[in-house]
Design a protein around this ligand. Structure first.
Ligand code: URA
Length: 233
C-alpha cells in the first residue's frame, strides 16, 4: 500500500497534509526519512510521523451509550444524530450505526465503518439476541411472560419467541432475536402496556459497560467485540 493511503486511512490527515509532512521530512519508514507519498509500505514496516508511530487502521469499532434525543443516523433535518457524538479523532472513519435505536431509546449502539461486520451482526440468520431494560405504565404478570415466549404475529413480521424477565411490577428485561422497527414497544403494546423508558443493555454476550456515561464513546477491538457478541447466541 502507498504511504499516503496508509496515513490517510489511519489518521485524520488529508493527502495534502501528508505531502507537506513528507516534504518537511517528518515521516519515517523503519527509521529512514520518507521522500515520496507513493512509497510502498509492506507488512511489518514501522511508519512514524513526528516521532509517533502510526499503526494501520482501516476500520474502527465504537461503543456508544446513546442518550435520548439523538437519531440513529448520520444526518437528520430536525434532530441531532448519534454521529455528532463521535470524538474528533474518529471523524475521518465516517462511521454509521449497526442497527438502530429509536430517538427516545438509550443504551448500547455500535458505530463502525465496517459494513460487512454490520451485516453479520444484524443478520437474522445469526440469531443474536438483543437485551433491553424497559419500564412500563402498568404492572406486568406471568401472562405477559408467556405471551412474549410464544412469539408474536405482526402484519409486517413474526417476532420469534422473546424472553421477558420481570424485575419489579412495572419494569423488565426483554430479549429479542430481531430488531424490527419499534419492536419492543410493539410487543408490549400487544399485551396492553406502554413503554415509558427503554434502554438496550446488551447485544449477544456483549454488555454495555456500566461505567460508560450517557453520550460516552469507547473504541473496542473487532475480535473482542465479535467474540463477546457470539459468546451468547
Ligand atoms: N425496540 C423498540 O421499540 N425501540 C428501540 O429503540 C429498539 C427496540
Amino acid at each position: 500500500m502507498r504511504l499516503d493511503k496508509y496515513l490517510s486511512d489511519s489518521t485524520d490527515m488529508s493527502r495534502k497534509d501528508i505531502k507537506s509532512l513528507i516534504r518537511k521530512k517528518a515521516v519515517t519508514i523503519n527509521g529512514e526519512i520518507a521522500s515520496k507519498p507513493e512509497t510502498q509500505i509492506k507488512d511489518g514496516d514501522a511508519v512514524m510521523v513526528n516521532g509517533q508511530e502510526v499503526t494501520y487502521k482501516k476500520f474502527v469499532y465504537l461503543i456508544l451509550n446513546k442518550p435520548s434525543g439523538y437519531v440513529s443516523a448520520t444526518e437528520d433535518k430536525k434532530y441531532p444524530v448519534v454521529t455528532d457524538l463521535v470524538p474528533e479523532e474518529y471523524r475521518h472513519f465516517d462511521v454509521f450505526c449497526a442497527g438502530r435505536l429509536d430517538i427516545d431509546t438509550e443504551g448500547l449502539l455500535i458505530l463502525t465503518n465496517d459494513g460487512e461486520f454490520v451485516h453479520e451482526i444484524t443478520s437474522p440468520k445469526k440469531n443474536v439476541y438483543k437485551k433491553y431494560y424497559a419500564e412500563l405504565d402498568k404492572p406486568l404478570d406471568s401472562a405477559d411472560v408467556d405471551a412474549f415466549a410464544c412469539g408474536m404475529e405482526f402484519k409486517d413480521f413474526t417476532a420469534k419467541p422473546a424472553r421477558l424477565t420481570i424485575c419489579n411490577e412495572t419494569s423488565a428485561y426483554v430479549e429479542i432475536a430481531e430488531g424490527k422497527f419499534h419492536q419492543v414497544k410493539r410487543m408490549f403494546e400487544r399485551v396492553g402496556k406502554t413503554v415509558t423508558y427503554l434502554k438496550r443493555v446488551s447485544i449477544g454476550g456483549y454488555a454495555l459497560p456500566c461505567d460508560l456515561a450517557l453520550g460516552g464513546i469507547i473504541e473496542i477491538d473487532k475480535d473482542t467485540l465479535a467474540n463477546l457478541i457470539y459468546s451468547e447466541v
